[in-house]
Design a protein around this ligand. Sequence first.
Ligand code: AMP
Length: 171
Amino acid sequence: MQDLKSYIREVPDFPKPGILFYDISTLLADPLGLRMAVDRFDWLFAGREIDKVIGIESRGFMFAPTVAYTLHAGFVPVRKPGKLPAATVTQEYDLEYGSDKVEMHADAIRPGERVLIVDDLIATGGTAAAAAELVRGVGGELVGFGFIVELTLLAGRDRLGEANVEALIQY
Ligand code: AMP
């Protein structure tokens, strides 16, 4: 059996010069890679009584619904501004230069529901922290975070507080 890391494609200078992009599409395209990744999330979070799994646009969308299905949970998208049709809650977060926003339907999570947030990769942790604020803002109970890839040098998990942070692959 191959190591999960060997399924990740590393693409230099994408989307701009100097960035090394960790591409999960090669992991998802491989039947065993996909199964191993989803099974590990299932193993890590089964029994935690997750009601909703949040996927963050856009690469979180590629596997969060599958993780939700295996955990017998529902799936909730957190999207870039202006994409969701009904009433939303919004959270702004800082980027290296400037800021960005994420949105979620205001009624997607009911007060007290237990929530897992998943995304392809954690770098600085800003995106995941913003999604967590959306969950807290509507009264959800944040159980944890699941990432396929963690860039440990950036210490993003330090921004995520007390919640359980799991990453399948670390660089
Ligand atoms: P951050 O908010 O800094 O933790 O950035 C995480 C978000 O940016 C995730 O949604 C990733 O998809 C994306 N991202 C940041 N750095 C990379 C990278 N080197 N390779 C692939 N995606 C990245």
